[in-house]
Design a protein around this ligand. Sequence first.
Ligand SMILES: [Zn+2]
Length: 335
Amino acid sequence: MSWNRMLGHDRLIKGFQAVWTNQRLGQAYLFIGPRGVGKFTFARELARAILCEKSGPGLEACEQCRSCILAGAGTHPDLLMAAKPEDKNELVIAVIRDLCEQLVRKPALGTRKVAIVDDAGEMNEEAANCFLKTLEEPAPGSILILIGGPSADRQLRTIQSRCQIIHFAGLSESNVRQVISSRKEPEYSVDELSIALAAGSPGLAIEFAEPHFRELRQQLVADLLKPRSDAFAWAEQWLKSLENFSKDTAGQRVTSRMLIRVLIELARLAWHWHLGDRAGNAEISGPVSQFAQRFSYAQLDQLLFRLQKTDEQIDRMLQMNYAIESMAMDIVPVG
Ligand SMILES: [Zn+2]
């Protein structure tokens, strides 16, 4: 049945089944956790189960009733979706206003309405203030599921305080492999290093393994590890590659943050390597040991701190060339 598709989040499934059985389902949830671990898929399965006409004590979608079929086809009138528009950097008020207007109308089929708000961490202040009224006085029978980022900090405190926060953890590597093999996409194979670097996120593993990105990340890592790497040239190469990779700055920011994520995970694995934890096959241990030999234990600590800081700067829209160049000066080892 439907929850079977959801791997690695058994604790959360049981939690929702328990509140459902005890008729204590909340009206607003904020899902927090790493990118690509299945927060959105979980929200969709939960919505289907809540709206199912035959959902019993197990809170499970029957997949056969009218509601399940409409939800599966993406045409359920009481399952509302909102997300950041493709051409925007943030979730804007027009989207939220439209959602709120739909939420006040009576459910078309049953007694409930479920709204899934993706990219909720990117809601701008105006949109968040507009949404607050709906959160404070939700229409009867409505359930709101907000999909946030890795931490709740991105949400306005007023929004956070009106939601039950649900934390999603990364999946085990075997679950990551299972999720990837159960998907029709991608058409390319996902290598073991991408899985290791993705730290429990099938979505991220797939993005890391995308052939163009893979080539880019391998090049940048190889240049960083060269005996005589030049910080300025390295930063220039990073910025130039981005232009080939994505036309707009929003896409370039996403790619830069993915590259930073790769370096953070490589640094973490190298850090463990220094501590004697050297598991993994040659595909993983080769790049990790190279990284560990180039950076001492103390340097890795500094590197991790600097990468996190750069990620935050890019997230906060600091000029990308400034962020990347100043990071390069700090992290590229001299000599
Ligand atoms: Zn059903």
